[in-house]
Design a protein. Structure first.
Length: 241
């Protein structure tokens, strides 16, 4: 078994150890509760919004939470004596976060599919969640690097969503009328995430879906470069090296 596979399994164990997996299941249960008590029978148009909120916020939070628990345990010190490299560690964390997001998707999709009306491309949802979760996991790394406390991380998340996600949600709800603002939203990665998700419901233009996927991949590649570049400094600082 290669280093990546070992690290990935270790990350899954950490999600369980730190009760992060339990928290994800609790969030899934909350979404089911929202669906259950709502009077909306056809969830086709509202379901992408649910997935959007979950895949973006939980991806950042999962990375931040595991890294702060590792910081408290001094686990980062092992990076300097273990036969692993930065990329393997980063990809293992991203993969574990994506797995958690997919688990939540499977649970809420299964409930919505069997107990309400839902006409979405399931494979499209899976692909969209992988891209969105992977991208926002990288955002989680960058926010964690710059946050001294978990409270600071939560505040950084709040600012991120206030600046980048809230305008997209307002646009999705039809509360933004200015065409200039609507066009400027295409610059936001959160807009690309939203377009991918509503595309699974047959909404939006085909070019928007391909543009959004490509945009997240390119921007994600740039963020990955920043994460790798800054990770050694972060690990050395936290381990006292």
């Amino acid at each position: 078994m290669n280093n990546y596979a070992i690290l990935y399994l270790g990350e899954l164990q950490r999600l369980k150890k730190y009760n992060i997996l339990s928290a994800s299941l609790f969030v899934a249960a909350l979404w089911i509760g929202v669906i259950y008590f709502s009077e909306i029978q056809d969830l086709t148009t509202i379901f992408p919004l649910v997935v959007f909120i979950d895949a973006t916020s939980m991806a950042i939070l999962l990375i931040g939470a595991t890294m702060f628990f590792e910081r408290e345990e001094g686990a980062l010190k092992t990076l300097f004596i273990s036969p692993i490299n930065r990329s393997e560690y980063i990809w293992a964390k991203i993969s574990a976060g994506i797995s958690s997001n997919l688990l939540t998707l499977f649970i809420i999709y299964g409930y919505a599919r069997f107990f309400r009306e839902l006409d979405l491309s399931f494979l499209g949802l899976v692909g969209a969640v992988i891209l969105i979760s992977g991208f926002h996991s990288l955002v989680g790394f960058l926010l964690s690097f710059r946050s001294k406390t978990f409270t600071h991380l939560l505040m950084s998340m709040f600012v991120y969503f206030l600046a980048l996600a809230l305008p997209v949600v307002l646009d999705l709800l039809g509360l933004i009328e200015s065409e200039i603002i609507k066009n400027l939203l295409y610059l936001l990665p959160t807009k690309a995430a939203q377009l991918l998700l509503i595309g699974t419901a047959g909404m939006g233009e085909t070019w928007e879906i391909f543009f959004s996927a490509g945009y997240l991949l390119v921007l994600g590649g740039i963020l990955y470069g920043f994460v790798v570049k800054n990770f050694s400094d972060f690990a050395a600082r936290e381990s006292g090296a």
